[in-house]
Design a protein around this ligand. Structure first.
Ligand code: SF4
Length: 63
């Protein structure tokens, strides 16, 4: 599976980081970085919860 970020939507709010800090990190400038764009299948539930938590729907999970 692959995580995609719509940079036009992301506002650096950090809900994704709160849900799955091993995959998402918001830096001091409120820019979110995906730490691992292709998580292993065993992390699907965690990543899916983070994607669902984004209030501006900036995250997409494919595959
Ligand atoms: S929750 Fe959404 S808006 Fe907030 S940092 Fe993550 S992707 Fe960006």
């Amino acid at each position: 599976m692959k995580i995609t970020v719509d940079r036009d939507r992301c506002e650096g709010l950090g809900m994704c980081e709160a849900m799955a800090h091993q995959f998402f990190e918001v830096d001091d400038d409120e820019v979110m970085h995906v730490l691992d764009e292709s998580p292993g299948e065993e992390h699907r539930a965690t990543v899916h919860a983070a994607v669902e938590a984004c209030p501006v729907m900036a995250l997409t999970l494919t595959g």
